[in-house]
Design a binder for this molecule. Sequence first.
Ligand code: UDP
Length: 192
Amino acid sequence: KNRINILGTEFDNFTEKQFQKYLSDDMDARSNKFIVTANPEMVLSAQKNPKFSKVINSADYVIPDGIGIIKGAKTLGTPMHERITGFDTLMYLIKTANRKQLKVYLLGAKEEVIKASAKRIEREYPQIDLVGYHDGYFKDNQIVIDEIVQKKPNVILVALGYPKQEFFIDEYRKNIDAIWIGVGGSFDVFSG
Ligand code: UDP
């Protein structure tokens, strides 16, 4: 695998087009995949938190979310293809899930934000089977993960902020084969 190390975080080095092709194939194959969209803040946080670093580097895809990563890679003499943002990846997954008529689950953000995001998906992406959603302010992980597993989503969008979302995905992805991604504050934007 072609990975580039920036201060301990191992980034995939591919174009956005190549990445999207992998994701499309993963969705068709119903694979279990974990995508980390890592920005400079996360790289610095991982540098100080070995557990977080280990979780990031064990993901299937680690993508450079931020021009700071691209500039850093160039400065270190290991240039990367291009920036791939978490938000664009979220939009690609939603559009592709719509095209492929997949089941999607939304987890995280404030109640009104996730509700508005669900409404937008139902309105603009009617071929998605939106099997459920839950805000990101829960105490009992087990109740939430039981619900997710029962609904059998193919794509699970997790917005709990870092490092919480990555720890959550790392712990529970074994419970169901799906495309898992931590999307940070993206629903706050997506919800409009
Ligand atoms: N969030 C959540 N539960 C938490 C903490 C945060 O659902 O316990 C949500 C928050 O509402 C926001 C998202 O996580 O929608 C990302 O938060 P932030 O912008 O602080 O993180 P980043 O985008 O830097 O990962």
